[in-house]
Design a protein around this ligand. Structure first.
Ligand SMILES: Cc1cc2nc3c(=O)[nH]c(=O)nc-3n(C[C@H](O)[C@H](O)[C@H](O)COP(=O)(O)OP(=O)(O)OC[C@H]3O[C@@H](n4cnc5c(N)ncnc54)[C@H](O)[C@@H]3O)c2cc1C
Length: 399
């Protein structure tokens, strides 16, 4: 099979690949010449499809807060951005119940206070709540050990993840972007000069002017074809859907609760989603999507019951496992051109908070490719350079 040409080749058609494609097409006024290579158009194993589909303003770094400020505008006004014809009818079903972050230690409370000041200075509406104030809002929580909490009063909640993906994809394809069902097996080129071709599993190859690595939890694998390393690995997260008859009444107004004992919980209709970080957290193989069924009973339920006794009777009604693209250095995104391969752009390492970042990150990568610099939002804190130089840029609120 031969080599065909494209202006821009995007490896990976999850939320990042399609966001970049949509923004590139919009900014150029034409999507022709942009190819998204994706082996599985069902997205069955993509992190995008397997995520908890939530957005928050409660980050601890300015750049992540600014990314979420734009993300919520995009999600709320999806039809205005992509056009009615590409938006799900009625929008992305944003359920704006907020995130409630609990702190049980004085150090944790200090982090919440500093973060709230930063967030509110950038336009968020984060409220610091004493245990009495939390009880007034959520009387079903047991707060005996809680020192302070922060609640996003607006611009936080959950939404239709696949609707956002479909909107980017539909808009990009209508503008002429080509979706190619294949897998990139590696890149070729000259270090210092740039990538010239992407090899495909079908035996074909795609030459191009620019290349984007949007391969999610498999991003590091692709870079190894150029003898490059980034500290990104798949980490398995098992999510449980539970029914708790005595908690049903609270699901309508409950926020996404992040408990320092090590789990998160949010309503899903009249049911709930919850997950924890496994005790032996580490890399998994890229094909391991087997849920860790035992986590609910061993790790989540005892802590959940202590925090909310109305979860005394619980039935697990669903379970799935997905992969975080875990950035071992600092749990933050790795964005922009690779210093050794100037026309290869990374959108990697989102460490569990990438879905909400896709609108701003796709825009940034498109601006970088088309203009040579960050424009609307300076994303340089998240550069590839800091990772290669091992200068961590840490996000404290990783869930
Ligand atoms: C359990 C869980 C909960 C989460 N909750 C949230 C949340 O509430 N909010 C939030 O913002 N984020 C959340 N995330 C993180 C979020 O889902 C990801 O950060 C985001 O979806 C990453 O998008 P992506 O396009 O980089 O990766 P993916 O969606 O994984 O897409 C990558 C695509 O690349 C393709 N691919 C892989 N290798 C190749 C190759 N060699 N060639 C071509 N294509 C390739 C894959 O098939 C895949 O479709 C969660 C993740 C998980 C697992």
């Amino acid at each position: 099979m031969g080599t065909s040409g494209a202006d821009i080749v995007i490896a990976g058609g999850g939320i990042m690949g399609w966001s970049a494609a949509w923004w590139l097409a919009r900014m150029r006024g034409d999507g022709r010449g942009i190819v998204v290579v994706e082996p599985d158009p069902t997205h069955a194993r993509s992190s995008t499809a397997l995520s908890a589909a939530s957005i928050r303003q409660q980050f601890t770094t300015e750049v992540n807060i600014r990314i979420s400020r734009f993300g919520i505008d995009f999600i709320r006004n999806i039809a205005e951005w992509v056009g009615e014809e590409h938006s799900p009818p009625g929008g992305l079903s944003l359920q704006e119940n907020g995130y409630l972050l609990l702190a049980t230690r004085p150090e944790g409370a200090d982090v919440l206070r500093a973060a709230a000041a930063l967030q509110n200075g950038l336009g968020a509406d984060t409220r610091l709540l004493s245990p009495a104030e939390i009880t007034a809002r959520f009387p079903w929580l047991d707060l005996g050990d809680v020192a302070l909490a922060s609640l996003g009063a607006r611009d936080e909640g959950w939404f239709d993840n696949m609707g956002l993906l479909a909107a980017f994809r539909s808009g990009a394809k209508a503008a002429g972007v080509v979706e190619r069902r294949d897998r990139v097996t590696g890149f070729e080129g000259r270090r210092g000069r740039g990538v010239s071709r992407a090899r495909l599993a079908s035996g074909a190859a795609l030459s191009g002017g620019h290349f984007i690595n949007a391969a999610g939890a498999r991003a590091a694998e692709l870079l190894r074809s150029l003898d490059e390393e980034i500290p990104v690995e798949p980490r398995k997260r098992t999510v449980f859907t539970i029914d708790a008859p005595n908690a049903r009444a609270f699901a309508g107004t409950a926020p996404l609760i992040v408990c320092p004992s090590g789990f998160w919980l949010r309503p899903e209709g009249e049911h709930w989603l919850c997950a924890t970080v496994p005790e032996d957290d580490g890399p998994c193989t890229a094909d391991d999507f087997t849920p860790d069924h035992g986590q609910f009973e061993a790790l989540i339920w005892p802590r959940l019951y202590r925090r909310a006794p109305c979860f005394d009777a619980v039935k697990v009604i669903g379970v799935w496992a997905g992969h975080y693209a875990w950035n071992r250095l600092d749990q933050n995104a790795i964005l922009g051109p690779h210093p050794h391969w100037p026309n290869l752009h990374l959108m990697n390492g989102f460490s569990g908070h990438g879905l909400q970042q896709a609108p701003a990150v796709g825009r940034g990568i498109a601006e970088m490719i088309l203009s040579g610099g960050w424009q609307s939002l300076d994303l340089s804190d998240l550069s590839v350079e800091r990772v290669l130089e091992r200068r961590p840029f840490c996000e404290c609120h990783v869930i």
